[in-house]
Design a protein around this ligand. Structure first.
Ligand code: 5GP
Ligand code: MG
Ligand code: MG
Length: 185
């Protein structure tokens, strides 16, 4: 699904980050990651389901061998606010002992989920745990956890596409778009 669909879809507002810009930024991040982990083994941990597209494209942009594993978590919380209390719906298949782990995320908002996840993974005796996210919202800057690789810092708007959903829709949009305010207002 691409930008042409946006014009015909009243729920979508406008293209916010175009497919080509996403891919270009991922290639830059991949080059940085390849440099930083040179000579080390690397395990990418994708957080389902939003990070599927980022993982697929970032991993293929990496000019080196990597392993990929997946986790699914759900955050307990009322309505739209994340409480920071997280339940594991699907755990990793890999043993993290002694491994370099890079968490791959679509977007960080409050950072509560990721903060919990990082602590959880660090308790499994890995060699290192770092975070790569395609998008970061302003609230995340208050996070105690460092985010090593950030694709784009974006303002506080609700975005969809490239893995990100609104009520499970729009994940297969190639671009990232803003949702029309009438949809969630
Ligand atoms: P937090 O960082 O607040 O713990 O949670 C981040 C999660 O909230 C993301 O993984 C994503 O599922 C959801 N989220 C936050 N902002 C947005 C947004 O603008 N669009 C979409 N589709 N999901 C968002
Ligand atoms: Mg996510
Ligand atoms: Mg969602």
């Amino acid at each position: 699904m691409d930008a042409k669909q946006i014009e015909g879809d009243l729920a979508l507002d406008q293209t916010y980050i175009a497919e080509a810009d996403i891919q270009a930024r991922l290639r830059e991040l991949a080059a940085e990651i390849a440099r930083d982990y040179e000579g080390e083994d690397l395990l990418l941990v994708g957080v389902l389901r939003g990070a599927v597209m980022v993982m697929a494209d970032l991993a293929r942009a990496l000019d080196r061998d990597v392993e990929m594993d997946w986790m699914a978590v759900s955050s307990y919380g009322s309505g739209t606010t994340s409480s920071g209390v997280v339940r594991i719906l699907k755990d990793l298949d890999s043993d993290l002992t002694g491994r370099h782990v890079l968490i791959v995320e679509d977007i960080i908002d409050s950072g509560l989920t990721l903060s919990w996840l990082t602590t959880n993974l660090r308790s499994r005796k890995p060699a290192s745990v770092e975070i790569c996210t395609l998008l970061r919202k302003p609230e995340a800057l208050k996070m105690v956890v460092d985010v090593k690789y950030v694709g784009f810092d974006i303002p506080n708007a609700f975005v969809v596409g490239y893995g990100l959903d609104y009520d499970e829709r729009y994940r297969n949009l190639r671009d990232i778009a803003t949702l029309a305010p009438h949809v969630y207002a």
